[in-house]
Design a protein around this ligand. Structure first.
Ligand SMILES: N[C@@H](CCC(=O)N[C@@H](CSS)C(=O)NCC(=O)O)C(=O)O
Length: 259
């Protein structure tokens, strides 16, 4: 199945934690829904505490706001935070519009993103929802404001555009720096347990999730030394994202530009 074949596909994946039933904060795994937007091949993740019904959305996309809000309603969830892993260059976030539709919803993004939001995140900050939380790891390199969000039990990591499945975010615009990205991935993501699931912001080949162990072993870019990695990244020769000129200014104002 290729990325576009996933366009109408909502993947509901119930994760069961070794710490299930644990009442202490930040230890168990939340419920996860992986939601795909086919034009930009972006994943939005809805994480929820099934008991308290508190939920967070990661990287919501403007075009799929109705679908995402419908799911939140169907599941009876109370959305508290919509967080962007960085200031996206290829699509417009729905965060600002979502704040107008959901009472009390707070937006969040890295303090180094340059973007406005209710919450500016930094290394070690926690986003708590019910019994669960996400801990912020700063993973710059694709942009200066890229973060990876890790569940309390370290069973899942939402890597944004830092680490993709068998790939990684490009480093040729928006403060991109291959050396920084290499250090971020090796220092902040590959130090997680091998079984930790990797949920990226994009996939262009229809892949849905990976693990730290798999990427450490098989990622064709990150298994190289730093000099080899820099050489690869400086020679990707990718075309510019089609919507970069509207997405970046819009995302700097929470996606509300011209909405
Ligand atoms: N064709 C797409 C843009 C594809 C792209 O550049 N993806 C980025 C992440 S979104 S800025 C990326 O880092 N890709 C890495 C890679 O190796 O493909 C469009 O026009 O939107």
């Amino acid at each position: 199945m290729n990325g576009h074949a996933l366009s109408a596909c909502l993947i509901y994946c119930l994760r069961h934690s070794a710490n299930r039933g644990e009442t202490q904060h930040c230890t168990a795994s939340p419920r996860i829904s992986s939601l795909f937007e086919s034009e930009s091949c972006t994943y939005t993740y809805l994480l929820a505490d099934t008991e308290t019904k508190e939920a967070v959305l990661i990287d919501p996309v403007l075009e799929t706001i109705e679908r995402d809000l419908k799911l939140v309603k169907e599941l009876g969830l109370s959305l508290t935070v919509a967080v962007n892993t960085h200031c996206h260059a290829d699509h417009i976030t729905s965060t600002g519009l979502m704040k107008q539709r959901v009472a009390g919803l707070k937006s969040a993004i890295s303090k180094f993103s340059g973007a406005c939001a209710d919450i500016h995140l930094k290394e070690g900050d926690k986003i708590t929802f019910g019994r669960h939380c996400l801990t912020v790891r700063e993973t710059p390199g694709h942009t200066d404001g890229c973060i990876t969000l890790v569940t309390g039990d370290q069973s899942m990591a939402f890597t944004g555009d830092a680490l993709l499945i068998r790939g990684c975010g490009r480093t040729d615009f928006q403060q991109g720096c291959p050396k920084k990205l290499y250090q971020s991935i090796h220092g902040k993501i590959f130090t997680l347990p091998n079984e930790c699931l990797i949920y990226p912001a994009h996939d262009y080949l229809g892949q849905t999730a990976s693990t730290v162990g798999e990427e450490r072993k098989f990622n064709p870019r990150l298994t190289k030394g730093i000099e080899g990695f820099v050489e690869i990244m400086n020679n990707l020769n990718l075309p510019k994202p089609k919507k970069i000129d509207i997405s970046v200014p819009a995302n700097l104002v929470c996606g509300l530009h011209q909405v």
